[in-house]
Design a protein around this ligand. Structure first.
Ligand SMILES: Cc1ncc(COP(=O)(O)O)c(C=O)c1O
Length: 369
């Protein structure tokens, strides 16, 4: 505890307060009346809890219905719903990557992917962030023996930049390797249907599995693994986080079914998020505040020092903006930052006020001249 304190790494729990610039509720669906009504009606109909694992008495028709709907939305043969994205990633990595296999992993990948790889018996090759040449070299060096997997986030959660999916798809097709894509922050936002960056970049044919969290843009909770029918069946038979855990409350399935309907019928929500993100990025770079290599609704403001990052976040919170400091181990040492996220409820006026507040806070801690 003391070393956490001394290094500016002690965390505290704080419920939401102020204008939301930090949640993952990009489309504003967590509070959508149709989704809440679907959830409430399902609680009345099916009760509060599922009462068991899906493979025992915890299964319901609503889960199957939702999974078929999600597979259709994603354009895959099948999908399987997990109670969280963390568990879905553990499930994918421990079920498919076996001893003798090699998993090539972007160094900025989420902790849940890293933990899944650590729990699997495969060899892990970490490559520099978004480095296509490094992936090519890793594929060449791991030619013989077992299966090879490339694991990336399509939109990186703390950097807000995209993986070069087109290049990776091509490389892995040539090498006979399998691409696994975590679409946590892209599902709901990208693609004509809103199904994510796999859709937007047109690489579905070359992706083995995707993980699609449902507690971010979809506004509820849990995650879908989507892919070929045989792989989903294999997960049902083998994935320990699926087998040995109580199924989520059935009402969550009804809420998510409604959420997918909203995503499909209200594309203007994702268009608005992308417009607002462009406005915020333009405004900050105009003020000389760099926001990384991305163009997305996740806008990192790199500060570096842990304490300075916490101070800037506190100054913004004092001005009424709910922005949180992101520090190691969530990001690499020396790269502490604010992770500003854009949601559909923001306005150009709020963005302007936020930019002024941020500029003044950064000046106060000496990050800008
Ligand atoms: C890239 C990525 N994958 C997986 C997860 C885990 O998802 P969940 O919050 O549903 O456990 C997150 C959430 O922080 C994430 O950012």
């Amino acid at each position: 505890m003391r070393s956490l304190e001394e290094n500016g790494l002690r965390r505290a729990l704080h419920p939401p307060a102020g204008i939301d610039l930090s949640s993952n509720d990009y489309l504003g669906l967590a509070d959508h009346p149709r989704i809440k009504a679907a959830m409430a009606a399902a609680v009345e109909r099916e009760g509060a809890g599922s009462t068991g694992s899906r493979l025992l008495r915890g299964d319901r028709d609503s889960f199957g219905l939702l999974e078929r709907r999600f597979a259709q939305f994603k354009g895959t043969e099948r999908a399987l719903y997990f109670s969280s994205g963390y568990l879905a990633n553990i499930a994918v990595m421990t079920t498919f990557a076996e001893a003798g296999d090699v998993v090539i992993s972007d160094q900025a990948n989420h902790a849940s992917l890293i933990d899944g790889m650590r729990l699997s018996s495969a060899t892990r090759e970490i490559v520099a962030h978004n480095d296509v040449s490094a992936v090519r070299r890793a594929l060449e060096a791991s030619g013989a023996g077992g299966e090879r997997f490339l694991v990336v986030e399509s939109l990186f959660s703390m950097d807000g930049d995209e993986a070069p999916l087109t290049e990776y798809a091509e490389l892995c097709r040539q090498a006979g390797a399998h691409v696994i894509v975590d679409e946590a922050h892209a599902v709901g936002i990208y693609g004509a249907r809103g199904s994510g960056l796999i859709e937007e970049r047109g690489v579905a044919e070359d992706v083995f599995l995707s993980i699609n969290t449902a507690g971010k843009a979809l506004g509820v909770s849990g995650a879908f693994v989507a892919g070929p029918a045989w792989a989903i069946e294999y997960l049902i038979q083998r994935a320990r986080p699926f087998i040995f855990s109580t199924a989520p409350p059935p009402s969550v399935a009804s809420a998510l079914y409604a959420s997918l309907t909203v995503v499909e019928h209200e594309p203007e929500r994702r268009e608005r998020v992308r417009e607002l993100a462009a406005t915020l990025r333009r405004r900050l770079s105009g003020a000389g505040i760099p926001t990384g290599n991305g163009s997305s609704h996740i806008v990192p403001v790199l500060i570096g020092d842990n304490d300075a990052t916490v101070t800037v976040a506190a100054l913004l919170q004092r001005d009424g903006f709910d922005v949180r400091a992101i520090r190691p181990p969530t990001v690499a040492p020396g790269t502490s930052r604010l992770r500003v996220s854009v949601n559909v409820h923001l306005t150009a006026e709020v963005i302007e006020r936020f930019a002024l507040s941020l500029t003044s806070a950064l000046t106060r801690v000496g990050v800008r001249a």
